[in-house]
Design a protein around this ligand. Structure first.
Ligand code: ADP
Ligand code: MG
Length: 319
């Protein structure tokens, strides 16, 4: 598009210190660190699908990178470099400035450098490919859960889903709850520090982007195991208390998505070390169940009765 090179030069050409060659050539050059594996991941955000027209560009810059960093965190990888593919309907300097501000603020904080990308005219779309490094044998994979493992969850789930429900007019939250949930939806924080500390401790891990039960299902399938989850052990965000409909509350908690928390398994012998890792990373952790040999996901309430979710897609895992 006209001005493509001015856009790149003005907004996306800060020097990358940890790359051999950053933005400006046909490809970036990075040194593959001796003894480390490269973890490579891509996620995109599309207007109309992942965010509404008029969304805050600074938040979009932040979130587009955060969702990729969350995938690296779930592998136990250290974020290093990323590329940005951007389709824009028009050249809008104010939008670009705010977008770059949100993007670079998170990138700088996590030590992940923009080394290249592509810029084109089209419906607003943002795709980022992020590259991290991890000692090859220590990466946290989905296929490594073992019977007897504890099942752990970082932070809380459900707040982003509540923010979405509020925007869609399905719930009415207090101003305070609304602000907190909106921050979780629009400015998610990837659990990078936690993932890094878990690599020597955890067996399997995944980040929760599609909902706790759906993403847990991926770990179970890939590992060929099952899980028993105690729903009462899953921390409830304060905002959930404002939801009268318990079915909706459970759906947000267990199937909401956009949480970007880590769900991981670790042997019971590592319990203290896992809690210490959470404390060191500044992230609360809850043990919400355990991995069993019997395939399938079984959700139980405090009295041991099965909990079933109304939403389609979870029948697959019902007891
Ligand atoms: P080519 O035509 O060789 O693929 P481009 O003209 O698309 O190169 O891009 C020129 C340079 O600018 C490349 O180094 C590319 O990686 C970089 N670049 C393009 N768009 C972006 C962007 N949105 N963010 C960062 N770097 C970008
Ligand atoms: Mg080229």
């Amino acid at each position: 598009m006209p001005g493509e090179f001015e856009i790149i030069a003005r907004h996306f050409s800060r020097p990358a210190r940890s790359a051999l060659l950053g933005v400006g050539d046909d490809a970036a050059l990075v040194a593959a660190p001796a003894g480390l594996a490269l973890a490579v991941t891509t996620d995109m955000l599309l207007e109309g699908r992942h965010f509404a027209r008029g969304a805050d560009p600074a938040a979009l810059g932040h979130k587009a990178l955060a969702v990729n960093l969350s995938d690296l965190a779930a592998m136990g990888a250290d974020p290093r470099w990323f590329t940005l593919a951007l389709a824009l309907p028009e050249r809008d300097e104010a939008w670009l400035t705010a977008f770059a501000r949100g993007l670079y603020a998170l990138a700088g904080r996590e030590g992940c450098e923009l080394v290249g990308g592509d810029t084109t005219r089209g419906p607003l779309a943002i795709a980022i490919t992020a590259i991290g490094t991890v000692p090859a044998g220590e990466a946290l994979r989905r296929d490594a859960a073992r019977p007897g493992d504890d099942l752990w969850l970082s932070g809380v789930t459900g707040e982003a889903a509540l923010a979405l429900a509020q925007r869609q007019g399905r719930v009415r939250l207090s101003a305070e709850a609304c602000a907190r949930c909106a921050a979780r939806l629009d400015w998610p924080e990837a659990r990078v520090a936690l993932g890094r500390r878990l690599r020597a401790l955890a067996h399997a891990a995944i980040d929760i982007s599609d909902g706790l039960t759906a993403d847990l299902g991926h770990v179970l399938e890939r590992s060929g195991v099952g899980a028993e989850v105690e729903v009462a052990a899953i921390p409830r965000p304060a905002a959930l208390a404002e939801v009268a409909d318990e079915r909706l509350a459970l759906e947000c908690l267990l199937a909401g998505g956009d949480d970007y928390e880590l769900l991981f398994t670790a042997p019971p012998a590592q319990r203290d070390a896992v809690l210490a890792a959470g404390a060191a990373a500044g992230v609360p952790l809850a043990c919400i169940g355990r991995i069993v040999a019997d395939e399938g996901l079984r959700l139980r309430d405090a009295a041991g009765r099965p909990v079933t979710l109304a939403r389609a897609g979870f029948d697959h895992f019902a007891a």
